[in-house]
Design a protein around this ligand. Structure first.
Ligand code: 4AD
Ligand code: MG
Length: 445
């Protein structure tokens, strides 16, 4: 592997180890006296020098397009002072063999990865399988792997148990309009929008639980932060109050950020993507009603979707939410949304029955990355909430039963992994944060 640093290097006075390396060409620079290749293998980079002379008779520089797969043999040497290359070393090649040729157009594709949405045209998306080979995209996918595992490690540290709820379901969680329906042996079924309801059912047996599963939303609009399929980090906590939920959210996000920053390799990926990233200071806690006032107080006021000043009960639309978060420029725990604009299962605030014990975490550059709440734990109230939301209660018998068999004050949340990454890695769109983004009109490659 190209990241192996334990191999003894040579210099002017001593011979280095002769090694055999496999990889693909990341970059190529042909000079009169030598050809310089930067080789990559998914683990690291290595500069390889093919000198002029005998060797040149055996190859044609044109043979070396970016992405060509090669095996090379040679002596590994420390670089002379002043010269730079990955890990301060280079391979002085004495023999090589091409294993897989590549056409010469790859560079144009892989280097076009951009934070600019315009560059995310159909051609780039069609070529996603090649774009992924570029330096930014591969750093982002490696950061993504690290962040996902950092969530797992942090949940283990906090003694949460991981479960794996079903993706094929017959209940909605977040409204009928974004359900993907399909035929399940003749019955109507859906791809899950959230594992929340299932997580709630295992609190009694497992204690604090979490899952990292796919959620699906038939989003009928194209935005920077909506996908049809995304990775949902969800957790549920028993016997808590709303303030405990807010404290937990701040804690888990901070701990995951710390894990990235304290790991040399992960911090390296982040540096490639977002060199300016700093761990956020304490999160600002703000009520929905305060946010409405804040939006109206701006000069000029930030208006609602109809172009009017916000009034209590309005949705704070994506654009307004993002502007607010960008201006405030720190993480916000936005709480106490009105009952009417929130999901059926959310518990009302006992001190103000107009609002719910709900929270969105907002991050600069992205806006909402988390949605959570305390759950309605009273049986009669839940039955009433199904009715009010036009949801037939029959398919929810198992969920309703939780309120019959030892109900409890509990709450939880869902965090969109792609949005979390868009925030950390400063991506314009969530589309660059997943391998193969799925959204309206796009289901390939
Ligand atoms: O706010 P949402 O819809 O909340 C729920 O699904 C709750 N049932 C979760 C829970 O309490 N267990 O979604 C939660 C988060 C959002 O804040 C966002 O980060 C992400 O999921 N999300 C999406 N990410 C990408 N594309 C979409 N279409 C998304 N919809 C939600
Ligand atoms: Mg939400």
């Amino acid at each position: 592997r190209l990241n192996n640093k334990s191999i003894e290097l040579g210099d002017e006075s001593k011979k280095g180890t002769r090694v055999k390396v496999y990889g693909r060409i990341h970059r190529l620079r042909a000079q009169k006296h030598a050809t310089f290749l930067t080789l990559k293998d998914g683990y690291g980079f290595l500069q390889c020098v093919l000198p002029a002379g005998d060797l040149t008779k055996n190859y044609d520089a044109l043979l070396f397009a970016q992405e060509t797969a090669l095996v090379l043999y040679g002596e590994l040497k420390k670089l002379p002072a002043g010269a730079t290359a990955p890990d301060g070393r280079e391979l002085q090649v004495d023999y090589f063999k091409v294993l897989g040729h590549a056409p010469s157009d790859t560079e144009a594709i892989t280097n076009k990865v951009s934070r600019d949405q315009d560059a995310w045209d159909a051609a780039m998306l069609d070529n996603r399988h090649l774009v992924l080979r570029g330096e930014n995209a591969s750093a982002l996918m490696k950061l993504r792997e690290f962040v996902e595992l950092a969530f797992v490690d942090t949940y283990r540290e906090l003694e949460f148990r991981k479960v794996s709820p079903p993706a094929m379901v017959q209940t909605q969680v977040e409204g009928g309009s974004t359900l993907f329906k399909y035929d399940y042996y003749g019955e109507e079924a859906y791809l899950t929008q959230s594992s929340q309801l299932y997580l709630e059912t295992v609190l009694a047996s497992m204690g604090q639980v979490y899952c990292i599963e796919k959620s699906f939303r038939a989003e009928k609009s194209l935005t920077r932060r909506h996908l049809s399929e995304y990775t949902h980090v969800e957790a549920e906590i028993d016997f808590i109050e709303f303030s405990d939920l807010l404290d937990h959210l701040e804690e888990i996000i901070s701990k995951v950020v710390d894990r990235v920053l304290n790991d040399e390799t992960a911090a390296g990926y982040l540096k490639v993507l977002n060199p300016e990233f700093k761990k956020p200071e304490k999160f600002l806690r703000m009520k929905y009603e305060e946010a409405i006032e804040w939006l109206n107080k701006q000069d000029p006021p930030i208006l609602n979707e109809e172009g009017n000043p916000h009034v209590f009960g309005d949705d704070i639309a994506e654009a307004a939410e993002r502007r607010m978060t960008d201006i405030i420029n720190r993480p916000i725990l936005l709480t106490h949304f009105p009952v009417e604009i929130k999901a059926f299962y959310m518990k009302k605030d006992p001190n103000d029955l107009r609002v719910t014990e709900s929270v969105d975490v907002l991050m600069p550059g992205v806006g909402e990355i988390v949605g959570g709440s305390m759950r309605m734990d009273d049986y009669d109230e839940l039955i009433e909430a199904y009715k009010k939301n036009g949801i037939g209660h029959e398919p929810y018998f198992w969920y309703t039963d939780q309120r019959k068999y030892g109900t409890s004050p509990h709450g939880g949340y869902g965090l969109g992994l792609e949005r979390f990454l868009a925030w950390m890695a400063n991506q314009h769109s969530v589309r660059t944060t997943c391998l193969y983004p799925r959204f309206m009109g796009r289901c390939k490659p």
